[in-house]
Design a protein around this ligand. Sequence first.
Ligand code: WT7
Length: 651
Amino acid sequence: MTETVHPVTDEWAKRAFVDNARYEEMYQRSVADPDGFWAEQAKSLDWIKPFTKVKNTSFDAPDVSIKWFEDGELNVSANCTDRHLATRGDQTAILWEPDDPLTEGRTITYRELHENVCRLANVLKSHGVQKGDRVTIYMPMIPEVAYAMLACARIGAIHSVVFAGFSAEALAGRIEDCRSGYVITADEGRRGGRTVPLKVNTDEAVTIAEAAGARVNHVIVVKHTGADVAMKDGRDVWYHEVIDGTSADCPAEPMNAEDPLFILYTSGSTGKPKGVLHTTGGYLLYASMTHRMVFDYHDGDIYWCAADVGWVTGHSYIVYGPLANGALSVMFEGVPTWPTPSRIWEVVDKHKINILYTAPTALRALMGAGDDHVTKTSRASLRLLGSVGEPINPEAWEWYYRVVGDSRCPIVDTWWQTETGGIMITPLPGATALKAGSATRPFFGVKPALVDADGKFIEGAGSGNLVITDSWPGQMRSVYGDHERFVQTYFSAYAGLYFTGDGCRRDEDGYYWITGRVDDVINVSGHRMGTAEVESALVAHPKVSEAAVVGYPHDIKGQGIYAYVTLMVGEEPSDELQKELKQWVRKEIGPIAQPDLIHFTPGLPKTRSGKIMRRILRKVAANEFDTLGDTSTLADPGVVNDLVEARKNNG
Ligand code: WT7
């Protein structure tokens, strides 16, 4: 495909905080003098006690240590609420758009946000939550989820938001892993016209977690749909009842810049999900600065990040980044395709959205529904479009640009990860000429590099594994409770370098093109899944002997989940068993982990030492039979032919 370059327009170069000359100058400074650069940027936050040290980091295993602003003190909730009261107390902070377009939305001003956060913070304290305690948040996309996050931050509790689409078992594992003594949830959630039984799941999760030794003292329940739910005496309390009459006066706890702010579980190539740990000062600075610069957020702009707070995108770009900047952040409870594929664009018109940030999977689904659903809406308010979560194919990029943005709005294709805290490689709308499908250039302070399999740097144009050679303020600090795993996962593949897990190409212009994960992580609709997690869910089924899970190309989801399953002796494959296993995985992890295809096979391709050759399984799943590569080291090369034949017959 020939590349089209979309240059920066004069209008954008003039309007934006950063034009190309300024980008070059600031970028050079940021990598040549990180201490000076970040000390200056950090003035954008309110510090209770100013820092005297800026960067103190080492990527050298086993003593990897990342500290930014380590003697400074600040409070995240004060930065996101209190400091805006004098200048924008009556301005909207959160504009809530409900699932059902026919029901009323809500508008929360900064003053109201502050009051709600302070009240809930006091409620948490009166229920025994102390600085450093973990609080699990399992909530729908309603303003109370932001109150809950900020209330934790206000008193120094560490929140762990669990995506409301995860099952009771998955929630239990996360409660147990961080020994969270408190859960904030709702009676039910709503998504695409359906309800999600959050309180029922919470009850089940607490039972499972407590059987494994955890102890949950209190569950705070927001009444959202009004469903009849069981409340356990002494443990469960209604949010509206405990908030009522609670003082809105709650001083913000001075936190060290390196005190933990939150844990967010994410999938890796091995084992159970990791608790990615982010801390206070560096994270907030990085989230707010990237939000301001990448989306070129100016006062008065109407900004909508259509992600879920259950993912890092929601943490950094619905809650912390925008609110630290005093922005108007739109929060959407629903899904892009309900009640019709016009919903996103109708919301854009209804709220006169200027900046829209969404995921390629949503765009591909909407693209498939036909242009009419888009073109019948105005979208005249749109100025800037963003993409995140997975590689955006050039076709979807061009459609987003042409049909959604009427060839008028730049697209910022932002590459980053739960681990990075904020956007790492991205265009800046006033500075960067765009190429469809490229995340383009590094953000300030980010030093990407490409290495080959032996860890040798690739210079100039070429392809390799993407590493980051030095720390940036938003970087995760550890895996909660397991620093060794942190070091092992990110700093052992290439000595002294942070390994992203992504493959990448760099072109002649120094533009980065992310090609996708090179490890056993798959990206399903922008949701990250560890193949090992799905495998362990499958083998937990009494009829399954062995399972190997790989990703395969999927038109809408980017990648689908392909599961090779070997049954116990005496068990026979059947359509019913297929359905049963899919259902089983949904229950063990959640709907997003449900395999798209289950391939029953009597054997898996293994080396003589018993290692499953996933490379071959990936090729077979992708229907790439001609490039299977060397199969001579297999214990039984005949297995491969059987797999290929079965795949061909399955279509
Ligand atoms: C993985 C991280 C970033 C927040 C949401 C996902 C992939 C993310 C892009 C992009 C190509 C992307 C990578 C990355 N990814 N953004 N713009 N282009 N790939 O966070 O769940 O931690 O997943 O998502 O493979 O490693 P996550």
